[in-house]
Design a protein around this ligand. Structure first.
Ligand SMILES: Nc1ncnc2c1ncn2[C@@H]1O[C@H](COP(=O)(O)OP(=O)(O)OP(=O)(O)O)[C@@H](O)[C@H]1O
Ligand SMILES: [Mg+2]
Length: 392
């Protein structure tokens, strides 16, 4: 196990900032593109919570299809906490049983009786119990909330109403039980959902926290440590020049891609002069067809979350940019995609979305004609080599 608190890349400053936000009464929303390291930050929060008198639970809700599943996931996580162990569960159970007496003779996990009753009431009771815990303060870290909300929205009108009810309930629980803090992350935009479902007001209560990619120095430390800690296939050592070349080749400092590339480095550590070509060979290995899982997430993201004409436009934009390592200005891009029906406004809107979702970087030195390029240099080369096809 890596000792992250002692590591430059361990997100320690971020962890301190987020706990500080909790301390001063803020709930946190941390959006960020796929693979940036959001879940890692939540795991670090869970591991470091107790030092400051917090108890943090991370709930992964991407697979939940209704609010009952959400409640079940929360109960599972709280019930399986190692600290406070069985005692805490007994304590919670006593509090959940107050007022009503659900049947005890049902099979299944401890919270089963509550699920078969009005689970929202028990959800509230659970939050109240956490709020009343005087031995520690609770933080609920909800990973991929927008994917859960989108699953509700996809069910149609009733689902959208269920999403709104759910968000309104969390909003009320936040107001009524103020010792409990909430944090949400998401790799798809939550605003379009909130607008469609009319719950923008709930969202506005969360303070944004912008998670940045690792710095170059942190990234070099990370790849060198991966080698030292025996976590790479072919290397126990990556020298400084190679570490720097890896960072340059990835271009977007997400631990996921730094590690993926470091894993492809073979042979003895190169001298300074040979670092570039050693890393170039590693890049070539990473761009082999077998690496679909390393890069496929991005195409899948477009197919899942973009619809109709916007999806077609997104694919066209990326196809054009894949051919231009240095990127293009928006005006040049509009020409390059060669679709007469696409307006400049549509292009700008889709570029903003692709920027938020981490596909491209937009530089607005010239506000009238921003510059756009692939954010992840390896992904550009993947897209160029294996161009995804999309037709309406
Ligand atoms: N700062 C870091 N130090 C070491 N490893 C990291 C760091 N950040 C992320 N990782 C590793 O990189 C991988 C991707 O990170 P993570 O799963 O947190 O990304 P994510 O933003 O949640 O992505 P997704 O949107 O796909 O869920 C994981 O294996 C994680 O352990
Ligand atoms: Mg994640």
């Amino acid at each position: 196990m890596t000792d992250y608190p002692s590591k430059s890349y361990g997100r320690n400053a971020e962890i301190a900032s987020i706990f500080k936000m909790f301390e001063i009464g803020k709930d946190v929303s941390m959006p960020g593109p796929r693979r940036l390291g959001k879940t890692f930050v939540l795991e670090r929060l869970v591991d470091s919570a107790s030092a400051g008198g917090w108890a943090a639970v991370k709930i992964e809700v991407a697979g939940c299809r209704d609010s009952q599943a959400f409640f079940r996931e929360l109960c599972d996580k709280i019930g399986s906490r190692r600290t406070n162990g069985a005692n805490f569960l007994t304590w919670i159970l006593q509090r959940l049983h107050q007022a009503t007496q659900p049947r005890q003779d049902q099979p299944g996990p401890w919270y089963q009786p509550f699920l078969s009753h009005d689970h929202q009431t028990y959800f509230e009771r659970l939050i109240k119990a956490l709020n009343d815990d005087s031995t520690q303060r609770w933080a609920l870290l909800i990973d991929e909330l927008p994917i859960f909300l989108k699953a509700l929205h996809d069910k149609g009108t009733d689902g959208i109403a269920a999403a709104r009810d759910f968000m309104n309930l969390t909003s009320r629980l936040r107001a009524d039980y103020q010792r409990v803090r909430w944090m949400i992350t998401g790799s798809i935009g939550i605003e379009p959902l909130a607008r469609a479902g009319n719950y923008m007001g709930v969202l506005a209560k969360f303070s944004p926290f912008a998670l940045e990619p690792l710095s170059n120095a942190q990234s070099r430390d990370l790849v060198q440590d991966l080698a030292k800690e025996g976590r790479l296939m072919h290397r126990q050592l990556i020298n400084d020049a190679e570490a720097e070349a890896i960072v340059q080749a990835v271009g977007w400092n997400a631990a996921y891609y730094l590690e993926a590339l470091a894993n492809k480095l073979t042979g003895a550590p190169a001298n300074d002069a040979g670092a570039g070509s050693a890393v170039a060979a590693a890049v070539e290995n990473l761009l082999q067809p077998g690496e679909q899982t390393t890069f496929g997430t991005w195409e899948e993201h477009l197919r899942k979350h973009y619809q109709g004409a916007e999806r077609l436009l997104a694919f066209s934009i990326l196809a054009a940019l894949a051919l231009h390592p240095g990127g293009l200005n928006a005006s040049g891009l509009l020409t390059a995609i060669g679709q007469a029906t696409v307006t400049e406004a549509q292009l700008r809107q889709t570029l903003d979305r692709l920027d938020a979702d981490g596909f491209v970087s937009l530089r607005r030195d010239d506000e009238d004609d921003p510059h756009v390029s692939f954010r992840n240099l390896l992904l550009r080369r993947w897209w160029q080599r294996y161009p995804p096809h999309e037709t309406l």
